[in-house]
Design a protein around this ligand. Structure first.
Ligand code: SF4
Length: 293
C-alpha cells in the first residue's frame, strides 16, 4: 500500500497473469522461437497489447469459426490452442488440414471439461453457469449432441425454471471464470425446483481468490481501477463484482487510458487486474495514479 497525505493506493495481491495464461504465452513464445511462425485459434489471450506483441514475433491468428478458413492450407504448420480449450470438431478440422495441434488448454479448464463429460455420461442434464458466447463454453458445447443449458445469471436461471418442463436429474457446474456468487445463487434457485441435483464446483481457485480480493478492496475503497482487455470476460467480471459492492469502478486496458478526472475527490483507490493482464501493466497504472495525485 502506498500512502501520501490523506491518500491511499492499494494494489491487489491477486492480479495479473494467472498460471494458465502464463503457460499459454510461454508455449506461444516457444513455438515462435523454434518455428518463426505459428497460428493460434483466436487471440491467445484477451489482451490486445500482448497479442500484438506476439503477432510481431510471427503469430498468425485464425478465426475461431473454421467456416471462415476457406481453403486455407495448414500442412506442416503448428496451431496453438489457447487456455480456454477447443471442442473435438474444431480439433479434427485442424488435423484434417494437416496441422499439428499444440495444446495450451489450462489444466483447470481441462478438468472442468472432464467433469462435464462424466456428468453427462451418468445421465444428468448438464447446466453450466457461464457465458454461452465465451470460448471455454463453446468448446464444451462442441462435445455434446444433447446441448447443455448455459445460464449466465440468476435471472436466466429463473427464466429457464419458469419455462419448463424441467429435467428430473440435473448436474450444475461452472465456467472456470464465472462469478462465485452467481454460481451459488443459480445453484440455490435450481435446488428448490429440481428433484435430483448434483453440484460440482469447477470454478478456478485463482479466479475465486482474485474476485474475493476485489470485493474486499471495493468495500474499503472510494474507487477501484480494473486493468484488463475489454474483450476479457474475467476482467469484466471483476468490474461487475466491484459494482455489486456499490463502489465506483473504471476499467482501463493501459496506463495511458487512465483519465485523471475520475480520481477527483477519491481518497482510497484500489487497483486490480484480470487474468490476462500483465503484472507490469497493473504496476504502470499504479504509478500513473500516484503521479496524478
Ligand atoms: S483463470 Fe484459472 S482456469 Fe482460466 S486459464 Fe487462468 S488458471 Fe486456468
Amino acid at each position: 500500500m502506498e500512502k501520501t497525505e490523506g491518500f491511499e493506493i492499494v494494489v491487489a495481491k491477486h492480479s495479473g497473469f494467472c498460471p494458465g495464461v502464463k503457460r499459454a504465452i510461454r508455449m506461444a513464445e516457444g513455438l515462435l522461437e523454434s518455428r518463426g511462425k505459428a497460428y493460434s485459434l483466436g487471440p491467445v489471450i484477451h489482451n490486445p497489447k500482448v497479442v500484438e506483441n506476439l503477432e510481431r514475433k510471427g503469430l498468425l491468428i485464425l478465426p475461431e469459426d473454421p467456416s471462415r478458413w476457406d481453403d486455407l492450407e495448414l500442412i506442416g504448420e503448428a496451431v496453438l490452442i489457447r487456455s480456454h480449450g477447443i471442442g473435438p470438431k474444431i480439433r479434427e478440422e485442424i488435423r484434417k488440414r494437416g496441422a499439428e495441434v499444440v495444446d495450451a488448454t489450462c489444466p483447470k479448464v481441462r478438468r472442468a471439461q472432464e467433469v462435464d463429460e462424466e456428468l453427462v455420461s451418468q445421465g444428468y442434464h448438464l447446466v453450466i453457469v457461464g457465458n454461452p458466447e465465451h470460448p471455454e463454453i463453446k468448446a464444451i458445447l462442441d462435445r455434446f449432441t444433447q446441448p447443455p443449458t448455459v445460464l449466465p445469471t440468476p435471472d436466466h436461471a429463473e427464466a429457464w425454471l419458469n419455462k419448463g418442463p424441467l429435467p428430473p436429474r440435473v448436474a450444475v457446474t461452472a465456467q472456470t471464470t464465472a462469478g462465485e456468487e452467481t454460481f451459488h445463487r443459480v445453484v440455490e434457485l435450481l435446488s428448490s425446483h429440481i428433484a435430483e441435483i448434483k453440484v460440482v464446483d469447477t470454478l478456478c481457485e485463482v479466479t475465486k481468490r482474485r474476485q474475493r480480493e476485489a470485493a474486499e478492496m471495493a468495500r474499503a475503497a472510494d474507487l477501484i481501477v480494473v486493468v484488463g482487455g475489454r474483450n476479457s470476460s474475467n476482467t469484466r467480471q471483476l468490474a461487475r463484482i466491484v459494482e455489486g459492492c456499490g463502489t465506483p469502478v473504471v476499467q482501463v486496458e493501459t496506463a495511458e487510458e487512465m483519465d485523471p478526472s475520475v480520481l477527483r475527490g477519491k481518497r482510497r483507490i484500489g487497483i486490480t487486474g484480470g487474468a490476462s493482464t500483465p503484472d507490469e501493466e497493473v504496476k504502470k497504472v499504479a504509478i500513473k495514479v500516484m503521479g496524478i495525485r
